[in-house]
Write a protein that binds this ligand. Structure first.
Ligand code: AMP
Ligand code: MG
Length: 338
């Protein structure tokens, strides 16, 4: 509910296939979280096509968010935007929207790390304070936890991201986006009907993992046609999810933190949630999952992380607001946690 003395941050998300605008109060209420997703006609995300979608969707998504929050642009105190990591053309489109808004309204601009925003929105929504976080999405797969001023990466994928692995296999299997159902969710439904484990690679190297061999083997099994699709989906999920769970468990054991958090688009998966809940229990850790509306890429997480950063001294001058395609979480000083 809007209050007179309240300050608002508008956050712009555009790192990949989603263009999102969220509005957060400085106290941490999310007033709006509007978005428009780009769905490729065929194949994976085409960066320039996605960027074109974002440019075309921007005014409508902005208006929807402002209406939902019931505020006017002049009520905004700051503009936050996802400065990276992500796809260049997509990031640049969001950054242009954010710069234009901040310049026109003459208010501060705050560049936000997209991966950190996934962690912070998870913490805000679940009241987790200091978790070991598994962040799994279309473009990222990592286990992180806070230590000495930064989110440290305890383990990560050496090649493709978990969501990407599921999506590419789903497309190979002929699954389609239906009624807004993500490909990973369509695969989850088939996997739930699987009964037999098809032997597939399981690759954990130290604390890192590799998913590309698993994807190739699952695709080869699919083409051979000697296993039910449901069984391959089931086996793909079991192997991939066990790998990320193993690394998360070792990070929990090492840090002895008492909270586990699952965030990012793939966090919506029930099977993954149950595997992580199990290992968290074994380590006496409280386990939380980011709520579904904040799981996939969204503007609310950027708005909220913008508030955290700005209220702890971070402002991004326009001349320093260039996008950072490979901006790692462990390169960001998290001033609000110090
Ligand atoms: P993001 O990159 O954070 O926007 O998340 C999108 C990714 O999450 C895509 O790879 C989706 O296929 C995946 N995803 C969404 N829902 C599910 C689900 N229920 N199970 C597995 N993956 C999912
Ligand atoms: Mg996305």
């Amino acid at each position: 509910m809007k209050q007179k003395s309240e300050q608002y941050c508008l956050g712009v998300e555009s790192t990949a296939d989603d263009f999102g605008v969220g509005i957060a109060t400085f106290k941490g209420d999310i007033l709006a979280n509007a978005s428009s997703g780009y769905i490729p006609e065929e194949g994976g995300i085409h960066p320039r096509e996605a960027a074109r979608h974002h440019a075309e969707a921007a005014d409508q998504v902005l208006e929807e968010a402002l209406q939902k929050a019931d505020i006017k642009p002049k009520d905004l105190a700051i503009i936050a935007f996802a400065q990276g990591p992500g796809l260049g053309p997509c990031l640049r489109t969001g950054a242009t929207v954010a710069r234009a808004l901040a310049s026109y309204l003459q208010i501060p601009l705050v560049g936000v790390n997209h991966s950190i925003a996934h962690i912070e929105i998870g913490k805000l929504a679940t009241a987790a304070k200091d978790p070991v976080t598994l962040y799994v999405s279309g473009g990222n797969t990592m286990v992180t936890a806070y230590d000495c001023g930064r989110y440290r990466v305890f383990g990560e994928t050496l090649d493709i991201a978990l969501g990407n692995c599921l999506d590419v296999f789903a497309r190979e299997a002929g699954l389609k986006h239906q009624k807004g159902l993500p490909l990973g969710a369509a695969l989850e439904q088939l996997a739930a009907k699987g009964e037999k484990l098809v032997p597939l690679p399981y690759v954990v190297k130290g604390m890192d993992l590799s998913l590309s061999g698993l994807l190739t083997a699952a695709t080869t099994a699919l083409r051979k046609g000697s296993n039910r699709l449901e069984d391959i989906c089931y086996s793909l999920q079991e192997n991939a999810f066990s790998m990320v769970t193993e690394v998360t468990e070792r990070a929990l054991a090492h840090t002895e933190k008492k909270e586990g958090l699952l965030t990012g688009g793939v966090a919506a998966n029930r099977r993954l949630q149950s595997m992580l809940a199990e290992i968290a229990e074994e380590h006496d850790a409280r386990f939380s999952v980011v709520p579904k509306q904040f799981a996939t890429d969204n503007g609310a997480m950027i708005a909220w992380t913008g508030v955290l950063a700005y209220t702890h001294g971070v402002v991004t001058p326009v001349e320093e607001s260039f996008v950072k395609l490979r901006w790692r979480v462990d390169k960001v000083d998290v001033s609000w946690l110090k």
